[in-house]
Design a binder for this molecule. Structure first.
Ligand code: ASP
Ligand code: MG
Length: 258
């Protein structure tokens, strides 16, 4: 069982979908069961937020979540279509349909449980499951979102619930660098990091490479992480926590997450 997560840059254009579908096809051959988490296309979330603020200077948070959760729904449906074109059976699910249960805190909700009842039979049939990142549903049935960049945390939470031991993240950079590679050409790729070092680096530099909660959740549950460039996945990237495939409770700063 493998969880693959594709960020907004990897689904920026219609062509991107066929490209990542081909990548998923390769991994499906190797792992037999694959769950994919996907973000909204490029700057879709920003554009939706901007739209909301053109209507209301301080929009009600419930309605903001209703609106921005749509970005990921666009991506999951398009990816399922791209896989279908390549002869791969895939079914898309919203966060709510995937059983991503959160607290009620709109726009910054924490995942409190994952109940993947609908996903399991699909995975067992060898079909690809595609889950909308960044979103869930509260126990009252309200649509929530996890905070900016939250799809990374969706991917790790799903891995925990499905019993996957690895999550692969596909980004527009190959991994974590000593500096921002888009600004500093001398930046060096860090090929392997502990959970603690990765979390320190991200929190200290404010780099948006992974949602900090996703690393904490991976450390808590001993889930290894890999980051790749979706354009050059064969080049290798950054491995996080590969030597620590067991629980590391001292890393925990989110007690309520699974
Ligand atoms: N689309 C959301 C955002 O831009 C969530 C994510 O990309 O992880 O923040
Ligand atoms: Mg995004």
């Amino acid at each position: 069982m493998l969880v693959m997560k594709f960020g907004g840059a990897s689904v920026a254009t219609p062509e991107c979908f066929s490209q990542i579908a081909a990548l998923i096809a390769v991994r499906l051959q190797e792992h037999k069961q694959v769950a994919v988490v996907v973000s909204a296309m490029a700057d879709t979330t920003d554009r939706l937020l901007d739209l909301a603020h053109q209507i209301h200077p301080n929009p009600p948070k419930r309605e903001l979540d209703m609106l921005v959760s749509v970005g990921e729904r666009i991506s999951i449906a398009l990816l399922a279509m791209a896989l279908s074109l390549q002869g791969i059976e895939a079914i898309s699910f919203t966060g709510s349909q995937s059983g991503i249960i959160t607290c009620e805190n709109h726009a910054d909700a924490k995942i409190v449980a994952v109940r993947p009842h609908r996903l399991l039979p699909v995975l067992e049939k060898g079909q690809v499951v595609i889950v909308a990142g960044f979103q869930g549903v509260s126990r009252k049935g309200e649509i929530t979102t996890l905070g900016r960049g939250g799809s990374d945390t969706t991917a790790v939470a799903l891995a925990v619930a499905l019993g996957a031991s690895l999550v692969e993240f596909y980004k527009d950079v190959s991994g974590i660098f000593t500096a921002d590679p888009k600004k500093d050409p001398s930046a060096q790729l860090l090929s392997e990091l502990s959970f603690a070092d990765a979390l320190d680096l991200i929190v200290q530099t404010g780099a948006k490479i992974l949602h900090p909660r996703s690393i904490a959740l991976a450390a808590k549950n001993g889930i290894a992480l890999s980051i790749y460039s979706f354009l050059h996945p064969q080049e290798g990237g950054t491995k996080i926590g590969w030597g620590e495939k067991k629980r590391n409770e001292s890393m925990l700063f989110e007690h309520e997450v699974i």
